[in-house]
Design a protein around this ligand. Sequence first.
Ligand code: ASP
Length: 410
Amino acid sequence: MKKTKKINLTMQIVAALILGVIVGLLMQNHQAIANTYIKPFGTIFLNLIKTIVVPLVLFSITQGIISLKDIKKVGAIGGKTIVFYMCTTAFAVTLGLLFANLLQVGKGYILDSSSLVEYTGAEMPSLVDTLVNIFPSNIISPLLNATMLQVIVIALFFGFGIIAVGEKAQPVANFVDSMSEVCIKVMGMIISLSPIGVFGLIVPVIAANGPDVLLPLLKLIIVCYVASIVHMVLVYSGSVKALGKMSPLKFFKHMSPAILFAFTSASSVGTLPFNMECTEKLGVNKEVSSFVLPLGATINMDGTAIYQGVCAIFIAQIFGIDLNLSQQITIILTATLASIGTAGVPGSGVIMLTMVLQSVGLPLEGIGLIAGVDRILDMARTTVNITGDAACSVCVNALEEKKAKKKANN
Ligand code: ASP
């Protein structure tokens, strides 16, 4: 019964996506109508998701910590997660650079100086500031602004606080447990509306991105998509199989609702509720997924890293600038950091791209060229971003289970 429901939802989302593309193509000359009458459905849907995502993360992480009852175990999960995230992201930029160089992504593009616009770069935040900003200065603003890392820190502290108090905090622990269940139910209700949301999100994007916009940058789009697909197939299939002991086919099949939603919404944070539901169906423990996924939606952006690598080479090539090996290594480092700093919302990767370009002295004006098709690129990178988080949760879950089994046998 449950299974048919899931397949139905996936099929409904696919149908909504296809219908959205067709309607979008038909509405290319009627963008205003699409924006006035169809886009609001997508906006309402995304707003609903944004509403549930903060309490969902807050309560499910706190509840996860309480049920782990062990600071060492949290540390073990956290350590594995960070190592997985860092390695896959560095690999992703390298892959992006490799494809961009091999396929000569900027070759054949005729630079029209009238399309260049002034662009001011994002300031590279200092390492100290970045660390300081992980910690909240009050409880309300991280929840209001959905600052995920700070929400995670609050949840960790309260989770450990509840464990430390013990018996007396049992009512709070029960409250957290029920609230987490309630949030999951509400999330399920919102997710069942996703076909409407997907339709409302995709129509205006397709209507605004006709062939005139896409064709001149087709090579850039193709290189980004090819590198993204190769990364998903190589790295995620490989790690899910090797570390997670799961068939990649099963992984991608169960992940399809989250993947489709990430593709349409271009928001990792917005896709978080889908990701939590899909990984649960894959058998990932809630203690693992409730920690690994929100963290990933905030700091793990492999798709964004690929995109930043490809775009850096694209801009260098169209401006006729040769990047030597040490500059390309600088790109690997800065793009890894920039992707960590990228927020899981539409369009934030392009802002952080300025940091990468600045690090090797590439002209920021190049971003003006990419900006026109950025949404189409964002759809691919967000898909990779959330799939990476899910793959990590499957692997960490399997490793933790293996450890527990070993311990039980001893
Ligand atoms: N939209 C992406 C995400 O939410 C971030 C980016 O713009 O690269 O994952």
